[in-house]
Design a protein. Structure first.
Ligand code: NAD
Length: 367
């Protein structure tokens, strides 16, 4: 089969090493910026103070009110702070919530973003922005939302507790899985996604078992970078749609939903995405592509993450409505998305069944 693809490179500069935060002042200068507004969550003010000290005269101020899903009021307050302080760039130090706030500022002010990610969300590698107004979240893509420079310092992730690191890493793995069967995929993204999956699967159990293992932390953050780059480059499918529905309409926690759904979504798509599953099998170290969904389920177990929707706040009585919502207006997906198919997937996810178990074999035989 001859190749047929479009590849769009992402124009960001990435500095990756233990201790990379030391380069911050040089990297701000390299952006041509002289007045950085530093963004963080309220709990991470100490990081912002440290950044301000490193930047000296190049620090224009700190805005420490970043929160999950970027409420419009928070975005407006950060934009006002940027204008009042005559900032010419933002430095976002923290997880996806903080980086998303920098994106909201960039959309209104054009300020370049220097991101220092401290979780595995991958937000720093995408043009995707999100804003919440009146309880409804709007998302979109805009080149101004792409970080101009990203400093990955694995030392900053040493404090990420295992209970956060595990699901956050599985969230990143989900980007790799869906990138490998994306309708607009390309060879570069395949390389990113496959090595991202390998790095995450190899490192996450060690991150959780030995939180001080800097090599494992480094490999997990490297995997998260690749996962974010894959997420930013191609369209996501059924898994991300389902997680969007479960998070948005039923208030379930973001990374935990990804962790529960990923093995089940992979099982749903397994037979219809054989090339992607073969690559994932190599990445995850399993012999047979059909075992990929179970390997992901086992990885979630190895990082001690919850694997059932009923354990993360879902009500069984809401499964029918979730199936309706997730099968309406579906994203492109390797296997056709049907209401009954999604309902069965949600049943397996609700009870946290291991993919490939007898219930599924029986269902496939009687289908
Ligand atoms: P988060 O940024 O909300 O961080 C969770 C908590 O952990 C915060 O209190 C934070 O201060 C703390 N924290 C962060 N790093 C830490 C560390 N190294 N050690 C100890 N504590 C730390 O969570 P998240 O999962 O990174 O991001 C979720 C948000 O990001 C959601 O709003 C999601 O929609 C968004 N997101 C956006 C994109 C995108 O492309 N735009 C991609 C993924 C996620």
């Amino acid at each position: 089969m001859s190749r047929d693809f479009v590849y769009q490179g992402t124009p960001s500069r990435v500095v990756f090493r233990v201790g990379a935060l030391e380069t911050l002042a040089d990297e701000v200068a390299r952006l041509g910026a002289a007045r950085a507004l530093i963004l963080c969550t309220p709990g991470k003010r100490a990081w912002a103070d440290d950044v301000a000290a490193r930047l000296g005269a190049r620090a224009a101020g700190i805005f420490d009110q970043a929160r999950m899903h970027t409420p419009i009021e928070t975005a407006e307050a950060a934009r006002a702070a940027a204008r009042d302080r005559r900032a010419d760039c933002t430095v976002a130090i923290g997880g996806g919530s903080t980086i998303s706030l920098a994106k909201a500022v960039a959309l209104a002010t054009d300020l370049p973003i220097l991101a220092v990610p401290t979780t595995y969300s991958g937000a720093e590698m995408t043009t995707i922005w999100g804003l919440t107004e009146g309880g409804a979240k709007t998302t979109g893509r805009d080149p101004r939302a792409m970080a101009r420079t990203v400093i990955y310092d694995p030392a900053l992730t040493l404090g990420l507790p295992p209970a956060v690191a595990g699901p956050s890493g599985l969230n990143a793995l989900a980007h790799c899985v869906e990138a490998l069967y994306a309708p607009d995929g390309n060879p570069i993204v395949d390389l990113l996604a496959a090595d991202g999956a390998r790095a995450l699967a190899a490192s996450l159990p060690a991150v959780v078992a030995h939180p001080d293992d800097i090599d494992a932390r480094s490999e997990a953050l490297y995997g998260a970078w690749l996962a974010g780059a894959a997420l930013g480059s191609v369209a996501m499918a059924l898994h991300h749609k389902l997680c969007h529905v479960l998070g948005g309409s039923f208030g379930l926690p973001h990374a935990e939903v990804h962790t529960v759904i990923l093995p089940q979504a992979a099982a749903y798509n397994c037979a219809a995405a054989s090339a992607a599953m073969a690559r994932l099998a190599r990445a995850l170290g399993v012999a047979d592509a059909a075992d990929v969904p179970a390997a992901i389920y086992d990885l979630a177990g190895a990082v001690e993450a919850k694997r059932a929707l009923r354990d993360i706040g879902m009500k069984e009585s809401d499964l029918d409505r979730a199936a309706e919502l997730a099968s309406a207006d579906p994203y492109a997906n390797p296997r056709p998305v049907t209401r009954d198919g999604i309902r069965a997937l949600l049943d397996d996810a609700f009870f946290g069944r291991r993919p490939g178990g007898e219930h599924q074999l029986l269902r496939e035989r009687t289908a």
